[in-house]
Design a protein around this ligand. Structure first.
Ligand code: COA
Length: 312
């Protein structure tokens, strides 16, 4: 049977297109090729499409005038889903920092949804929510891989200030606990980052994770990622990194569905190459420089590759 209607899109009638375009592009990440002049604007993000049209133009078009809500437009909302509860909080903080009007702080509702509300400059409500707790924690024999917590700042500083750790991975040793805390809040708050917690002591002793193509140091495709890791020096040589990375490899293939994982290491750091080998990576024989590294940006790294043969 032919479908009678197919949902098209949401269109917002604006006081003025410019602040609304700025809001949806800068705060929420939509893109547009609007020329700043045409009344019709199309903004897109991950298959979503929002159209804008100035209210004044619409009134001309229909030869009628209307009155509009002055503050919040409480008659409808744009509802955006995010993968996990923690993403609701992250996106809310991000949006408010970038100038969105907060309407409801992140809250877990009795029906199991974590939700929050912001509004755009015309007062249109935007809900950001998730029904999925999706704890990213992964348990292995000796380790719990879990999101970084601000309370890890002390142990992070203790181990990441060691000059034998960061430079081998391309970053300088931490110089203060404040720097470690800031790293937890920024770099380590990303979706693909885990603290390596030793079950025996409950202490975080390293970091493992992956960078999607958009953040990778390597020129890789959209459905691929780059893995990275470090372990505190007192724990080297006990198989801890291999144990943690094997779990991350499994997560990257079976949860995230990446088709290929890439890794890289400085030739003078063979322990890192060995970890990858033990996780199944193969030496591509290629070397490149990674100009984005803070340390060693002019030195070649060896490139390792692991394919998910199941999805090929
Ligand atoms: C690389 C690093 C993560 C390894 O962590 P780890 O927990 O000691 O790793 P594992 O114990 O799982 O495996 C290390 C392997 O390297 C081997 N190895 C250690 N030093 C080596 C060397 N100089 N040459 C060759 N192999 C070496 C170990 O023998 C072991 O292999 P094996 O099990 O076959 O004996 C850790 O040394 C580290 O954090 N280094 C600083 C940061 C870093 O280099 N990060 C990676 C950036 S690409």
């Amino acid at each position: 049977m032919t479908k009678r209607f197919k949902f098209n899109t949401i269109a917002l009638f604006t006081r003025n297109n410019r602040p609304i375009v700025d809001f949806y592009t800068k705060v929420l990440g939509f893109t547009t090729d609007w020329d700043g002049v045409q009344p019709n604007v199309e903004m897109v993000l991950d298959g979503m499409r929002i159209l804008l049209f100035p209210r004044a133009e619409f009134e001309k078009m229909v030869s009628k005038s209307f009155t509009y809500p002055e503050t919040i437009n409480g008659t409808m909302e744009i509802s955006l889903d995010v993968p996990c509860f923690s993403d609701v909080d992250k996106e809310f903080n991000n949006a408010v920092t970038k100038g969105a009007e907060p309407v409801l702080d992140p809250t877990t509702e009795p029906w199991g949804q974590r939700t929050c509300y912001i509004s755009d400059p015309d007062g249109n409500l935007i809900e950001i929510s998730s029904f999925n707790k999706c704890s990213r924690s992964i348990e292995t024999e000796r380790l719990i891989l879990r999101p970084w917590l601000e309370s890890d700042a002390g142990s992070l500083f203790k181990y990441a200030s060691d000059p034998d750790v960061g430079p081998r991975a391309g970053w300088p040793p931490h110089i203060s606990i404040e720097e470690s805390l800031e790293t937890i809040r920024s770099i380590f708050s990303g979706e693909g980052m885990w603290a390596v917690e030793l079950k025996e002591s409950g202490e975080s002793i390293g970091c493992v994770g992956y960078l999607p193509a958009s953040l990778s140091n390597l020129d890789i495709q959209e459905n691929q990622c780059e893995v990275g890791y470090w372990i505190a020096k007192p724990y080297w040589g006990k198989g801890i990194c291999t144990e943690a990375m094997s779990a991350i490899v499994d997560y990257c293939f079976n949860v995230k569905g990446f088709s290929v994982l890439w890794g890289n290491y400085f030739p003078e750091n063979p322990a890192s190459g060995r970890v990858m080998e033990k996780c199944g990576f193969v030496d591509t024989g290629k070397q490149v420089v990674c100009p984005n590294l803070e340390i060693g940006y002019d030195k070649p790294v060896k490139i390792m590759r692991l394919e998910n043969f199941i999805v090929q």
